[in-house]
Structures are given as structure tokens and as C-alpha cells.
Design a binder for this molecule. Structure first.
Ligand code: PLP
Length: 397
């Protein structure tokens, strides 16, 4: 085991907070408003402009943003919430919590994203009732081909919601960014600290549809309307009406100030992370049975995770032992993701589904996320790759 006093621990993910970020938050604390206020509106406008959408609505988490999107789309019992098993559970829970039936489609082993042929097959099955709500996830920041999905939808009732939680800055074609909603109704982002931009906790939905924007805002603020033309009566300046029962999912002005400050350097954030991926490519080259997720090499990707696929069987090593030995040698790692249908909450409803998803199962058996964050140095990436190789070969305990 390596002497921990000599080296720093490299977590699999970490936020990067600068003194400018802290100054931006401090300015809010020194002012009058710390709840949702002008900074939130400014942050929304800045994200909408960055991704190329007309509207953006900020929430207290990406999970809430997904639920808000389900609400805005008027998701209900009988709808089919069609998504990937290779995601954080919130992607599927948002639909299930609104009463829809989660329907999983297997993945493409090269990208970790939805298998679009299987999705097409699924969309050709006319539902006996309800609508199809399709929720592709841009896994690890790798953009799904939304043009292809959009083209395969013939039914005008079908709703498309992109889970771009981890894909801020990724582009579909080198130009249009995830979130522009050119081929979808809404796109959801997360600003959890493991993502490219953080507000501590936080999330956001973009759309080009004013009605969806209105419903997203309703969801965020207890279903309250104040606009005179939306009220059934207007007895005075105190008056508002609750037209939907939702909750309070606001984000604060100091979080938005942090988000705005982080957004101002997003270009460098993405470039630095792409450089880290290039170092992984260089130092993993000679390591047998380990490959960086090929799709991560694509320059259109804002890398969220440094996913490697490892053939643990070839090394006759359990992944859990590899993770423990990496940790004992100062390296954090994580698995993204446990296929959603494997979680007990989903098994209780649908039973054991693993046999129906061979590509997801194969991917899950091999995936491991290695350290990726802004500020990670080339020497550290080299150390990760050398340590991983030594652990796999049984040269390090
Ligand atoms: C793909 C995906 N969707 C949704 C979420 C939920 O975001 P949050 O953690 O901000 O609630 C995450 C975050 O882990 C995610 O990775």
C-alpha cells in the first residue's frame, strides 16, 4: 500500500471554485436579496443564450428539473416514459412519479447512449392509450443524435425531453449546443458539483415554447400566478392565486451568482477537461483490456466523466477489489451507472429485467469512472493509469 502522506487523494470528481466565484457570491450576501432574485433571472438568460434556447428556468436540482419537465409536459397515468437504463435514477423517477410507465430501451455499447434502432422499434409500437414521452440521456456528456430521434417520431403527441444533466457545452454537430431544443421540447441540466458547472445543488430546463416556460415556472413556485391577465379576480396588490399544487423548488441568488461566474469560463472548463481525456488516451494506450470510452474522444463532447471499459474477467479481478486497491493507493473511482431497472424500487414494479438488456448489462460489468476534474495534472493522470495497470496485473495491493 502506498504511503498516503506522500501523495494527494484524487477523487473521481471535484468542483473547481475560484476566488472570482467567491467574490460573486459575497456580493450577493452583502446585498439585499438572497432568495430567488435578479441573479437567478440573469443566470437563466445567460444559460439560454449560451445553449441557444429562448427560455431557461432554474431549479434547486437536476432531479427537480426533470420532475418540472414531466409536469410541464402534463405527464400522466397511461403515458410511456421511454428512456435509457444507463443513467442516474432521477431520469426515470421523474416520469414514474408523475404516473407514467417507465419503459427502458437498451444502449449502444460504444457510446453508452440509447440504441436508436431499438428506440425506433419501440416508437413504432402504437400505445393503446396515453402518449410516448421520450427521454434520451447524453451519457457522460456524449451527445445523442437528436435529429435522428426527432425524425423517427411520426406522432405529433410525442414529447421529447433531453436529459443533458451532464452535457453543458456539448454540441450535436460542432455548432448547435445541447439545450438549444431544436429537436426536442425541453432539455434538463444539473449543476451538481460533479458536473461541468456547479451551483452547489441546482438544475435548469431550457425550452423554446412559451407555454412550457410558463408551466416550468408554475412548478417552481407553488403553482402561483400573479400576472393580472391570469387571475380570476384582482382585488388588490397583495393578491395571487394558486392554480396547481406543486411545491417550492427555487434556487437562490447566491447560487445563481456562482453559476454565472462559472459560466463565464465554461469554454476553458471544457478545453481543460478535453485535455485530461487526451492524457488518459495517451497513458492508457498500452494497457491491455482497458479502453477509454471511444465516444469520449469526440471533440463535440464536454466530458463529464472519464469512463473506461475494463475486461475484469481477463484479469480475473473483481471490480470491487480494483476500486478498493485504487482507493488504498490514493485514487477515487465510481461506477456510472447501475442500470436503473436493477434498483429495488423498479424491480418491485417490473420484476428482474437484466436478461432483456444485454448491452446495458455488458456495459455495466465493465464500466469504471476514473478521476476527471478541472485542475487535474498530466502527472496525476499518468499516476492513475500506471496504478490502474499495476492493480489489474496484481502488482499492487
Ligand atoms: C444523467 C443525470 N440525470 C439527472 C441527474 C440528477 O441531477 P441532480 O443530482 O442535480 O439532482 C444526474 C445527476 O447525478 C445525472 O447524472
Amino acid at each position: 500500500m502506498t504511503d498516503h502522506t506522500a501523495i494527494s487523494f484524487l477523487p473521481y470528481a471535484k468542483q473547481a471554485i475560484t476566488s472570482e466565484d467567491i467574490q460573486a457570491m459575497e456580493a450577493v450576501f452583502r446585498g439585499e436579496i438572497i432568495t430567488r432574485g435578479p441573479q437567478v433571472a440573469e443566470f437563466e438568460a445567460a444559460v439560454a443564450s449560451y445553449v441557444g434556447a429562448s427560455y431557461a428556468v432554474a431549479f434547486n436540482s437536476g432531479s427537480t428539473a426533470l420532475r418540472a419537465a414531466a409536469f410541464a409536459a402534463e405527464t400522466k397515468g397511461g403515458d410511456r416514459w421511454i428512456t435509457t437504463p444507463n443513467s442516474f435514477v432521477a431520469t426515470a423517477v421523474a416520469g414514474a412519479a408523475a404516473g407514467a410507465v417507465p419503459v427502458f430501451v437498451d444502449i449502444d455499447g460504444e457510446t453508452g447512449n440509447l440504441n436508436l434502432e431499438q428506440l425506433q422499434y419501440n416508437l413504432e409500437q402504437k400505445p393503446s392509450r396515453g402518449r410516448n414521452i421520450v427521454v434520451p440521456v447524453h451519457y457522460a456528456g456524449i451527445p445523442v443524435n437528436m435529429k435522428t430521434i426527432d425524425a423517427s417520431i411520426r406522432d405529433t403527441d410525442t414529447i421529447l425531453i433531453e436529459d443533458g444533466a451532464a452535457a453543458l457545452g456539448s454540441t450535436y454537430d460542432g455548432e448547435r449546443r445541447v439545450g438549444c431544443c431544436e429537436w426536442s421540447h425541453m432539455t434538463v441540466f444539473s449543476f451538481h458539483p460533479a458536473k461541468l458547472l456547479t451551483t452547489g445543488e441546482g438544475g435548469l430546463v431550457t425550452t423554446n415554447d412559451p407555454h412550457l416556460d410558463y408551466r416550468l415556472r408554475l412548478y417552481r413556485n407553488n403553482g402561483i400566478v400573479r400576472e393580472p391577465d391570469r387571475l380570476s379576480e384582482n382585488p388588490g396588490p397583495w393578491y395571487y392565486e394558486v392554480v396547481e399544487m406543486t411545491g417550492n423548488y427555487n434556487v437562490t441568488d447566491f447560487q445563481a451568482a456562482l453559476g454565472l461566474s462559472q459560466l463565464s469560463r465554461i469554454h476553458n472548463t471544457i478545453r481543460e477537461r478535453q485535455q485530461v481525456i487526451a492524457w488518459y488516451r495517451k497513458y492508457l494506450e498500452g494497457v491491455a483490456h482497458v479502453k477509454l470510452l471511444p465516444a469520449l474522444k469526440d471533440s463535440r463532447v464536454s466530458p463529464h466523466l472519464a469512463v473506461v471499459l475494463i475486461d475484469f474477467e481477463e484479469y480475473r479481478k473483481e471490480r470491487s477489489l480494483v476500486m478498493t486497491q485504487l482507493r488504498d493507493n490514493g485514487i477515487g473511482s465510481q461506477v456510472h451507472y447501475i442500470p436503473i431497472y436493477r434498483h429495488p424500487a423498479f424491480q418491485q414494479v417490473s420484476g428482474i429485467l437484466s436478461d432483456y438488456f444485454p448491452a446495458s448489462e455488458h456495459f455495466y460489468a465493465r464500466t469504471l469512472s476514473l478521476p476527471l476534474y478541472n485542475g487535474l495534472k498530466e502527472e496525476e493522470v499518468k499516476r492513475v493509469c500506471q496504478t490502474l495497470s499495476a492493480v489489474l496485473e496484481g502488482k499492487l495491493l
